[in-house]
Unconditional design. Structure first.
Length: 206
């Protein structure tokens, strides 16, 4: 399986992504391409996501074992991350991916594609049939062959989401979407990016 040069050319850097999310927010938008997402509720999510990304940009530090893994990487990889500024999981994960790429000494090149503008590609990398993001597609930079993928969230967080969905479907009065979101973000805070770091580079979950 390959990605095309045109898809790669449409990607942006992390810095450009951060600027784009901020600019859209200032324009009262959470999405560049889906008008139905440009609602006050979604803008509140984007506002919180911007705070999370800003905090992680300042505080995220690579674990020694992750740095050692990066130092031992045999060759370069191109990471294409499908993401959107309105996604809460993306706000917790994409800044960490950026730190990993920075710490790789040039071995990992991180590019970001907006999911809502690349649904055909997104549909090749579904999670349990859903278009969950962020999704990292790892490529050989020479051939653009897919050599791996990761996402949309660490294993423990994904299990929490699945359990919340199961409970909400099985019984009236089950946990609400807002309760699920709050619990997942508490998990991210308690985990201090450790699981994201380990799993994104291929270190098995503890």
């Amino acid at each position: 399986m390959q990605l095309t040069p045109d898809q790669i050319a449409d990607s942006i850097s992390y810095t450009e992504y951060r600027t784009l999310v901020e600019t859209l927010f200032e324009q009262g938008k959470s999405s560049r391409s889906v008008e139905t997402l440009n609602t006050p509720d979604m803008l509140e999510y984007v506002k919180m996501n911007l705070h999370r990304m800003h905090r992680l940009d300042k505080t995220c530090a690579l674990l020694p074992e992750v740095q050692a893994h990066l130092d031992a990487m045999p060759g370069p990889e191109l990471w294409i991350c499908l993401s959107e500024g309105w996604c809460g999981d993306a706000s917790q994960i994409v800044p960490v991916l950026h730190k990993i790429a920075e710490g790789s000494g040039g071995k990992i090149e991180l590019h970001i594609l907006l999911r809502d503008e690349h649904l055909e590609l997104m549909d090749r990398f579904l999670t349990n049939g859903g278009r969950s993001i962020p999704k990292v597609i790892k490529l050989d930079p020479e051939t653009l062959e897919v050599i791996g993928e990761w996402g949309p969230r660490p294993v423990a967080a994904q299990e929490m989401v699945q359990e919340f969905k199961r409970k909400s479907q099985e019984a009236a009065g089950g946990p609400s979407y807002k309760e699920m979101v709050a619990a997942i973000h508490k998990w991210y805070a308690d985990d201090h990016t450790a699981s994201t770091q380990r799993e994104a580079v291929g270190i098995n979950p503890i």
